[in-house]
Design a protein around this ligand. Structure first.
Ligand code: ZN
Ligand code: ZN
Length: 418
């Protein structure tokens, strides 16, 4: 067993780790003087937490409040806790987060936990705990999904995660490889990462401007195991790279990011689609997903691995069977070219076109920040407790944009922008 509290920190380049912290604060969050920051992280990511806190205070942050999770503590729960406790979650904590967001506190999440942590635990308990957590988290998620405040996710090369991604390597070498892959994907291996992000944001903005000018009614995906028409929501807006939160701060919610994305119409998705990468969902792996949609709803769902978990996810609520996001990523994206399967959505979704089950993003509507949940639903925006991205892109996928007069425009050919 690996001691997750003491990862091989020596394997991680401290200069690049410090640049990652700087990019998280200056690009990811664009933290404002006087603004408070709440951050969540695995305990093993403390070296990054501390660097982020220092950069945040140097940028004039008000209060920086870290909340740490610990893998051993989580495992103790699944192995020793009373059965009734699996239907509970710390609602008080999430209510506090929601309150903080209402007071303009920025939110940073550091990923890097062991993606397979719960793979050996009772799937029944895992799904009950996930559901209880989703319900309790809703007040906070609403403000994140509604983009009320500037928020950002970055990754730390956790030991167990590194061992999963590079199973043939010694622990130290695996951590070093994952660290370098994270640094490259997050554009902190260059001399001026902040300038590199400005250029990348500009390139993504050119894609979204073209798509927003076309105003496609639907996208048609074709590839192995896939023939799917994704109707787009009325008044949908393509987003990508930096965008403006409701508090007026232009931030980059995901570091890394390669996607442009928008809101599908919850009632207008038809056909079948096959996943092209495994999905790591809260500690379990769901692989080779194949689903069929009718009028926006998944009516048939299979997976070669993790099917039980998939079915439980789909039963979370009515919106869990419908799409809340569709995203385009070229097969030649730097993360895809690395050829690494990360078992982590933040990275894998940026290697591939993807769709997400569940909650849509209000910011993916024209004037979405002024719309009520009722108006979002009227235009086809989906509502759910969950938002789960899964990968459907590859070097073999073709995508057509369908205009309102039925004419078609090539958007992707063989996985690349046409
Ligand atoms: Zn996405
Ligand atoms: Zn998503």
């Amino acid at each position: 067993m690996t001691d997750h509290l003491h990862p091989d920190e020596a394997a991680i380049d401290p200069v690049k780790l410090d640049r990652l912290a700087e990019v998280a604060v200056k690009v990811g969050l664009r933290l404002q003087p006087g603004q408070d920051l709440m951050l969540t992280a695995p305990a093993a990511a403390l070296p990054l937490v501390r660097r982020i806190a220092r950069h945040a205070y140097e940028a004039g942050a008000g209060l920086v409040t870290p909340i740490l999770s610990d893998e051993e503590t989580t495992l103790s729960r699944f192995r020793c806790a009373a059965d009734a406790s699996f239907d509970r979650a710390p609602a008080w904590l999430y209510e506090g987060m929601a309150k903080a967001f209402s007071a303009n506190t920025a939110r940073l999440a550091i990923g890097g936990d062991n993606p397979m942590l719960l793979a050996g635990e009772d799937p029944e308990k895992v799904s009950r705990a996930n559901k209880a957590n989703s319900i309790a988290y809703e007040p906070a998620l609403e403000k994140i999904a509604g983009f009320d405040i500037n928020w950002n996710i970055v990754a730390y090369p956790g030991t167990a995660w590194a061992e999963l991604v590079f199973p043939a390597d010694e622990t130290g070498a695996a951590v070093a490889k994952l660290a370098n892959a994270i640094f490259a994907a997050s554009r902190v291996d260059m001399d001026d990462p902040v300038a590199a992000w400005d250029a990348h944001n500009k390139a993504l903005r050119e894609r979204t401007q073209w798509l927003n000018g076309e105003r496609f009614q639907a996208l048609h995906f074709r590839g192995p195991g896939t023939d799917l028409t994704v109707g787009l929501a009325d008044g949908h807006l393509w987003q990508g790279g930096a965008s403006s939160a409701k508090n007026g701060i232009v931030c980059n919610p995901n570091i890394p990011t390669e996607e442009v994305f928008t809101t599908p119409h919850a009632l207008k998705v038809d056909g079948h689609v096959a996943s092209t990468k495994p999905l790591s969902y809260q500690g379990t792996l769901i692989d080779q997903i194949a689903v069929r949609f009718e009028a926006g709803r998944i009516v048939e769902a299979n997976a070669a691995r993790g099917q039980e978990v998939l079915h439980k996810v789909l039963d979370t609520d009515e919106g869990a069977r419908r799409l809340g996001e569709v995203a385009l990523v070229p097969h030649s994206s730097p993360i895809s070219k690395s050829g690494i399967l990360y078992y982590n959505t933040l990275f894998d979704e940026n290697a591939s076109c993807h769709i997400a089950l569940g909650q849509c993003y209000a910011k993916c509507f024209v004037d979405g920040d002024k719309m009520t949940p009722g108006q979002i639903a009227e235009r086809g925006g989906n509502k759910s407790l969950i938002h789960i991205d899964w990968m459907i892109g590859s070097g073999e996928i073709d995508i057509d944009g369908i205009r309102s007069d039925g004419s078609r425009v090539a958007v992707f050919r063989k996985g690349e922008w046409a």
